[in-house]
Design a protein around this ligand. Structure first.
Ligand SMILES: *Cc1c(COP(=O)(O)O)cnc(C)c1O
Length: 366
């Protein structure tokens, strides 16, 4: 720690496990698939997955093949579902690492089946139904052919069928409810044929919190696992607590004279002498430039405003008459400042705040 830069992110793995337990208790019989894509929302994919696996997690969900391979190489042996679409040339890799694929066309199922046959194995696939997000998946109104065909591939086991909610963190749940109804319409295929459906899932954090009827057989919590609610308006029906804080230190203190502009572009100046400190974090770390003249940080228990533009590696904070010394702690996220606060100041969502903290910022696990 002493040898590295005075900026780091602190991750409380125990808190993530506690949030996982709270989600499990809330969803009852539904299985829980922790979503650890994008470096576990900035929290460290390997450390988070290993900790959750020791804690009893039985699945993981990621966006990319590469993320799943990282998990396998770290010794994560439980089923892993990759949410993204599968490129044909990636199929052998999925099979080699025993990963569950997402498929939404007969053509893709055929390709997977052929590759699995060549590898003399059977692979597990989750079918993706588009119930209103228009991202990936077969439309709910034309899913029947795919479901029918999916029964006929000897080397493909349909382990699951899923969809994704576009508005589950909103106050108005009519769109989420409509998506759920459409998903059920597609799922009716199974009882109509007298078949037991594979594992059905649609709930992200918003669905877990606000729509109990969306829990089905499995839920896919992402952001709430990290103790952050998906939006300001979402009902907080499960208590989760943030696991990440972002800390730095004061590296420079000065008095800025009236009229002298601070930082690039000279967008801020004071009409009286002020005490200003410099913090060695910038947009090169993923601390948004949009926080220029808008964001706040905590120094000595007090919130103070960022003044002037956030630079690539540093920004300035106005203490007015406050005091601070070199190497005083600066909190960017943590204590009274939530990821949602930072998101509001920067005009974005907490997801982007967390996933934007890049690899240049050391992670410290506690
Ligand atoms: C990212 C993602 C999730 C998790 O969403 P949260 O809103 O973070 O809970 C769940 N399912 C899929 C398919 C995803 O891509």
């Amino acid at each position: 720690m002493d040898a590295i830069r005075p900026t780091h992110v602190e991750i409380n793995l125990g808190m993530i496990a506690q949030n996982y337990d709270a989600i499990r208790a809330h969803v009852g019989v539904a299985a829980v698939m922790p979503v650890v894509k994008t470096n576990a929302y900035g929290h460290g994919i390997v450390e988070v997955a290993q900790h959750l696996m020791k804690h009893g997690a039985t699945y993981f969900g990621v966006a990319l093949l590469e993320e799943a391979i990282v998990l396998r190489q770290a010794g994560i042996a439980v089923p892993i579902l990759v949410f993204g679409g599968v490129a044909t040339r990636q199929i052998p890799q999925f099979i080699a690492h025993d990963l569950m694929m997402t498929a939404s066309s007969i053509d893709k199922l055929r390709q997977i089946d052929e590759a699995a046959a060549a590898a003399k194995t059977k692979v597990r696939v989750h079918l993706k139904i588009d119930s209103g997000m228009e991202r990936i998946g077969v439309h709910w109104y034309s899913a029947e052919k795919l479901l029918e065909a999916s029964l006929s591939f000897a080397h493909v086991e349909i382990a699951g069928i899923y969809s994704h909610l576009a508005n589950s963190d909103a106050e108005d749940l009519s769109s989420a409810k409509e998506q759920l109804a459409r998903f059920h319409e597609a799922l009716d295929f199974y009882p109509k044929r007298g078949l037991k459906p594979p594992q059905r899932h649609i709930a992200n954090s918003g669905g877990i919190l606000q729509l109990p009827e969306s829990h089905l057989d499995l839920v896919r919590p992402g952001i709430m696992l990290y103790g952050v609610y998906p939006s300001r308006e979402v009902k907080q029906t499960v208590t989760v607590k943030p696991a990440l804080s972002w800390k730095s230190q004061v590296v420079f203190f000065k008095v800025v004279q009236p009229g002298n502009p601070v930082s690039y572009g000279g967008t801020w100046r004071s009409d009286h002498p002020v005490r200003v400190v410099t913090v060695p974090v910038g947009y090169g770390d993923g601390y948004f430039r949009a926080l220029s003249n808008r964001g706040q940080v905590i120094i000595r228990g007090q919130q103070h405003p960022i003044v002037g533009r956030v630079c690539m590696d540093q920004f300035m904070v106005n203490l007015e008459w406050g005091t601070a010394y070199n190497s005083d702690e600066v909190t960017l996220i943590g204590d009274s400042i939530s990821a949602q606060d930072v998101a509001d100041w920067a005009g974005t969502i907490p997801y982007e705040v967390l996933t934007n903290i890049n690899a240049r910022v050391p992670r410290v696990f506690v």
